[in-house]
Design a binder for this molecule. Structure first.
Ligand SMILES: NC(=O)c1ccc[n+]([C@@H]2O[C@H](COP(=O)([O-])OP(=O)(O)OC[C@H]3O[C@@H](n4cnc5c(N)ncnc54)[C@H](OP(=O)(O)O)[C@@H]3O)[C@@H](O)[C@H]2O)c1
Length: 379
């Protein structure tokens, strides 16, 4: 059998370049894949200087518009396909199909609720091929899984009965979005979100719920609901959990008005016709790739997530806040760590996997810690 390959699809994009460097430094000898031959060649040459030649990257062309070229990236169950080709609701299917054909591990950087939901809905189908599909291994949604998992573990150690978990995502310091983040936010307009309520996944339009979180600095921050992987991960970790909500605080003081607006417009944006029109409109808007913060701006911010846990009658049981490197470097480092775990055959289960189930709680906490994402508060 051929040596297992670690392939990075989207290597010439903004997050892809950061991830390619992290994978090369980690000694994974990645195959850098994308649609632009010249850019791939140049990137491969540049990164080859960082490591001894056996660990140097190689490259291979693949284009979503020619799915066979994406399928050619992986062929064995031991291969690992990491994708940063987004927006995922538009371009993500080809890489997932390729990984399922090979029955191998797939890891991505998506933060798009609609795409994540679809992957979890197709889990049984993926299981048949033995594929391990692990979406959202970036700033969205690793830190919230970590905060929630530590909080639930602490409750378990004290024999407490948690019923509700609320996760909030924030950044500290400047936050400049990459071209891909903007394109994905646009592509997500009109797509549905979800919450975990009374033990079930419930369709809940994005942004229609508002919550406030008190961070370790003692100040309150508003946030609006999104669909993450915590709604799948945390009930698997503690089957008694009845409610899991995930919120994003990027809109800052505009979170509450944004939530009111989303509630007003959701009956319109939820209709099939509106969704179809929004998809057509957003996919016709030209977008650039490869743009994002650089130099000191790239590393200036911090990724922050907080988990609060209550019991069935509303008693507060636990609050855990985690903080780590800025979102883009964090995403690149975590994708490289996840790929190394998959390459070493250390993924549990098949089908669509949340990060806690996929890596196991202990290795997941240790992996986050190794790249600087750690607990800063517990009460
Ligand atoms: N969850 C998180 O925290 C997080 C963090 C970072 C990024 N992301 C997500 O990751 C995705 C990428 O972000 P980014 O900042 O790297 O964006 P980007 O620079 O726009 O990269 C997009 C990538 O997709 C590639 N691509 C587009 N169409 C393609 C096609 N037909 N065939 C093959 N490749 C194609 C582009 O190739 P070219 O290079 O040839 O243009 C580029 O490599 C976005 O969806 C973003 O939201 C999420």
């Amino acid at each position: 059998m051929d040596q297992p390959r670690v392939v990075l699809f989207g290597a010439t994009g903004f997050t892809g370049r950061l991830t390619a460097e992290a994978m090369t430094r980690a000694g994974l000898a990645p195959v850098l894949a994308g649609r632009n031959e010249r850019a791939l060649n140049e990137l491969t040459k540049k990164l080859s200087r960082l490591v001894p030649s056996p660990q140097a990257p190689t490259w291979q062309c693949a284009d979503v518009n020619d799915p066979d070229t994406v399928r050619d990236l992986v062929s064995n169950p031991t291969d690992v396909l990491v994708s940063t080709v987004g927006p995922f609701t538009r371009f993500g299917a080809a890489a997932v199909d390729a990984a399922v054909s090979a029955g191998c591990t797939y890891i991505d950087s998506t933060g798009e609720s609609g795409f994540i939901h679809q992957l979890f809905e197709r889990s049984d189908e993926f299981k048949k091929s033995g594929a391990k599909i692990i979406p959202a291994c970036g700033y969205d949604f690793i830190p919230g899984n970590l905060a929630g998992a530590i909080a639930l573990r602490n409750c378990r150690d004290r024999d407490e009965w948690p019923s509700r978990v609320k996760i909030g995502y924030f950044t500290q310091g400047p936050m400049n979005m990459s071209s891909g983040t903007k394109a994905s936010a646009l592509a997500s307009l009109g797509s549905s979100g979800y919450t975990f309520q009374s033990g079930q996944l419930v369709d809940t339009p994005l942004g229609t719920k508002f919550a406030e979180f008190t961070l370790a600095d003692g100040k309150k921050y508003g946030a609006i609901n999104i669909g993450g992987t915590e709604q799948f991960a945390l009930p698997r970790m503690n089957p008694r959990l009845l409610n899991v909500d995930v919120y994003l605080g990027w809109a800052g003081k505009w979170s509450k008005p944004a939530s009111s607006l989303a509630s007003l417009t959701s009956p319109i944006t939820r209709s099939r016709i509106s969704r179809h029109l929004l998809t057509r409109l957003t996919s016709s808007i030209p977008t650039t790739t490869g743009q994002g913060p650089s130099g000191p701006e790239l590393i200036a911010g911090r990724s922050v997530a907080i988990a609060t846990v209550h019991d069935a009658v509303g008693n507060h049981l636990e609050t855990v806040q985690v903080s780590g490197p800025a979102p883009y470097p964090f995403t690149a480092e975590f994708l490289a760590w996840a790929a190394a775990m998959a390459h070493a055959g250390r993924i549990n289960g098949t089908g669509t996997l949340d990060p806690i189930s996929a890596f196991g709680l202990g290795p997941f906490i240790a992996g986050c810690s190794a790249i600087g994402l750690r607990q800063v508060r517990n009460n």
